[in-house]
Design a binder for this molecule. Structure first.
Ligand SMILES: O=C1O[C@H](COP(=O)(O)O)[C@@H](O)[C@H](O)[C@H]1O
Length: 232
C-alpha cells in the first residue's frame, strides 16, 4: 500500500479541494457505470467538506451515500453521524442523493448491524469513494484500540458488512463497516486536520501493533493507495 499526501494551507481550502476531487470521482463512476457510491465518516472534521461537496454539480440522483461508521443512536440524537450528514451533506444539489443509514431502530445493536449489512449489500462493491477520519487515539471508522471486536473487524477474512463495536473511548455502542468493506475503495481518503493529528499519523506510520493504533491496518494493508488530505 502507498500513501499520497495532499496538503492544503487551511481547512477551508482542504474542504474545497477534497470536494473537487471526490465530485470528479463520483462523476467518473456515473459516466462509467451509471451510478456511484460514497461512504463518509462522522466526527467534527468533515462538516465544511460536506457543505462544499453538497454544492457540487453532479448527477446526485445517481449517487448512494452511506456511513463508514455510526453510533447506535437514532438520527434525532446530536451524537448521530446520520444527523451530521443530513444537516451538512444531504443538502443543496446533494439532496437528490440516496442515503443508506447504518442505524436501525432494532432491539439490539447486533440486530441493527445485521439489518445494515443487508441494506448496504445492495451497494455495489467496492465503494467508489471512502472517506475515513482518525481519532487522536489512532482509531479510524469504529476500529478502536481495545475494541471488543477489533480483531474481527480488521481481519481481512471477515466479510464485507457492518458489525458492532464497543470500546472505552467510543461512548455508545458503534456500528462499523469491516476493514474488508473499506480497504479496496476506488478512492480511499484519510481526512485529518491539525498538527496534533499529523503527529498521531506520524506515530502510526512508525512501526507498531495495529491493535494499539488501528489506523495502521489501513496504512499497512489497504489494497488501494491511501489519499491523505491534511491541513493545519
Ligand atoms: O468517533 C469518530 O471519530 C472519528 C474522528 O472524529 P473527529 O471528531 O476527530 O473528526 C471519525 O472518523 C469517526 O467516523 C467517528 O465515528
Amino acid at each position: 500500500m502507498s500513501a499520497i499526501l495532499h496538503k492544503f494551507d487551511n481547512a477551508a481550502a482542504l474542504a474545497e479541494g477534497l470536494a473537487d476531487a471526490l465530485s470528479a470521482r463520483l462523476a467518473a463512476a456515473i459516466a462509467a457505470r451509471g451510478k456511484a457510491s460514497i461512504a463518509v465518516s462522522g466526527g467534527s472534521t468533515p462538516k465544511a467538506f460536506f457543505r462544499a461537496l453538497s454544492g457540487r454539480d453532479i448527477d446526485w440522483a445517481k449517487v448512494t451515500i452511506t456511513l463508514v461508521d455510526e453510533r447506535f443512536v437514532p438520527p434525532e440524537s446530536d451524537r448521530s453521524n446520520h444527523a451530521l450528514v443530513a444537516a451538512n451533506l444531504l443538502q443543496n444539489n446533494a439532496a437528490a442523493a440516496q442515503f443508506v443509514p447504518l442505524y436501525h431502530a432494532a432491539a439490539t445493536a447486533e440486530d441493527a448491524a445485521a439489518i445494515a449489512t443487508e441494506k448496504t449489500a445492495a451497494i455495489p462493491a467496492p465503494f467508489d469513494v471512502v472517506v475515513l477520519g482518525m481519532g487522536t487515539d489512532g482509531h479510524t471508522a469504529s476500529f478502536f484500540p481495545g475494541g471488543t471486536r477489533l480483531e474481527e473487524a480488521l481481519d481481512p477474512a471477515t466479510p464485507r458488512g457492518v458489525i458492532t463495536m464497543e470500546a472505552d473511548g467510543a461512548g455508545e455502542t458503534r456500528l462499523t463497516f469491516t476493514f474488508s468493506s473499506l480497504q479496496d475503495a476506488g478512492y480511499l481518503v484519510l481526512h485529518i486536520e491539525g498538527e496534533g493529528k499529523k503527529e498521531v499519523l506520524a506515530r502510526a506510520q512508525a512501526s507498531g501493533e495495529e491493535a494499539e493504533m488501528p489506523i495502521r491496518a489501513v496504512l499497512g494493508r489497504a489494497a488501494s493507495p491511501l489519499q491523505i488530505y491534511w491541513a493545519p
